[in-house]
Design a protein around this ligand. Sequence first.
Ligand SMILES: [Zn+2]
Length: 232
Amino acid sequence: MKRDWASELETYLQIRFAELCETIGQPVPLTGLRISPPLAMEESEYFLLGLDEGFFRPGQAGFFESELLSPPGEGNEKMCRMFWHDPPPRLFREGICQLATASLLILKRGWLRSQVRLEVREDRTSTSGADILVNSLAGELLVCVVVKRSAAELEKLVMDLRACCKRGPHAKDDCGFPQNHPNYEFCALHQPPYLWAVAPDADVCLRLTYQETHIALEPLPSLPPRSMIDSH
Ligand SMILES: [Zn+2]
């Protein structure tokens, strides 16, 4: 019988959430953990498979430990956030999609564990420039993965990036699209050839070409196969 991935993951998260509430001395809401947008099927499948494979595991209250984070010793003892603690505690929805996407890159798309690196968000107000990095075996950055909550947010990301990339170098303070400007800044600085934006049930990929002052964007339906991107 096929596993019902989404309800299995929902049960798993409800248990983790109840544990967190107990640890931080907060009552569990009567309605339990609210998951919005709902867990998508493939997202749930790859989150649970990643858990089975040991790519990540529950760590200190509300966080996940992962071997896909930058190794300790690089000034990085970070963990992946799964819940916000401040009352009322709640789910960090993008965190689920981020771990599921890392697992999918390895288990479905054929990238090696050593090529997939999770980035962490420092706090709620910051949107990081990248949520996952995919490198070639030689360590060259190939793909910047950005995680969003919904297909509508992906659309806005592409529109905003188009504007930032067309304009050329500018500061966040001077940008009309501050929400997504950090993704532009990350790309301008690190020059990944692909940006893959992922939401629980949608994704879009951009091929980026770096010109003297601006960046040209070519939309692709999804991230091309590893064999096309990682030629070395
Ligand atoms: Zn901008």
